[in-house]
Design a protein around this ligand. Sequence first.
Ligand code: PGA
Length: 248
Amino acid sequence: MRTICFPDYRHLSDFAADEIAIAIKNKPDLTLCMASGHTPALAAELLVKKLREEKIDYSRFTFFGLDEWVGLPPSNEGSCHYFFQQKIFTPLALKPSQYFLFNSLANDPESECVKMDKAIASKAGIDIMIVGIGMNGHIGFNEPGTPFTILSHMATLDEVTRSVGQKYFKQETSLNKGITIGLGHLMNARKVILMANGNKKAEVIKNAVEGLVTPSFPASIIQQHRNAVVLLDEEAASLLDNDLVTKF
Ligand code: PGA
């Protein structure tokens, strides 16, 4: 695992977008699994800009949405579906066959998990997985206590996720369950990029990068991945041992 610290959020987002754009250029049928949320928002915008401006062929790449709030329609502005539609699918005019998202309204969420696992397998796995970190150390909806080997699954959201998650919604929204690509997929991904910015993420980043590797703190799994990079701004990196951080 490498940890890189950037002067600010824009620089780290630009670096992440570059990594992905170059990867698609080198492998046009690349598979990308991406988180929604505040952290990757700018990277998503910059990725779209780079792909278009640099005329990179993205007609064969495949996108997997990391997770979704169960029960929220895609039209809800706080849904992951809405985020990806606005930030990536519409601006790039992706064909629906190019992206896979959980149907959060499905009567049988378990079958959605099976479908996602099959889709990932049918594309020979995930090349790049780009994720954020929650205030409880979750990745996607892999909440504290989730086994490191689990594939797609439905999760009961913990208290922190339910309350922090309100930030995505204009009005108080009942958040009880999530559906997510699992940590087993993360371990199998050929590259993992974990991003975090801001003072509020400093402590969770310290735990993830320097703390005990344990399912009680899911993001600590990053230490065990064979090809992971942690991209931080100075605030999120502020509690880390400087010797282990590369300055950009
Ligand atoms: P955020 O969410 O990027 O909006 O901070 C991170 C997460 O909960 O995974």
